[in-house]
Write a protein of this length. Structure first.
Length: 113
């Protein structure tokens, strides 16, 4: 049996099923053509993958923590971050409720972006 870990989501079958539309959209972002289509018209791209309004709002707001809770696989989440100009550390800062600078101060890497 899995034991909950405070402030974390366990990506299990239940969460995977909940996020299937989001994860399909993210998988498509591996293609340069699909990334260009996303950048051209985010709403049309999200509609193409059947996202509901709640899921669309999570992407519009760049709510990375919300996307995880909605069932987005963490590795696929990086695809949305990449196409929207939000690197891993910026996403991490947002998920922890910190500024980018606060988050960077907890990292052991100088010059990170």
């Amino acid at each position: 049996m899995l034991r909950p870990i405070p402030d974390t989501s366990i990506f299990d079958l239940r969460l995977s099923l909940r996020g299937r539309r989001l994860n399909k959209l993210c998988a498509a972002l591996c293609s340069p053509q699909e990334r260009a289509a996303f950048k051209r018209d985010e709403d049309a791209f999200m509609s193409k993958y059947g996202l509901n309004e709640t899921e669309k709002d999570l992407i519009r707001q760049r709510d990375f923590r919300g996307l995880i809770e909605a069932g987005t696989n963490i590795y696929y989440l990086l695809k949305i971050g990449s196409v929207t100009g939000h690197g891993l550390y910026r996403m991490g800062a947002q998920m922890r409720g910190e500024t980018y600078e606060e988050f960077l101060s907890t990292r052991n890497i100088s010059g990170a972006v």
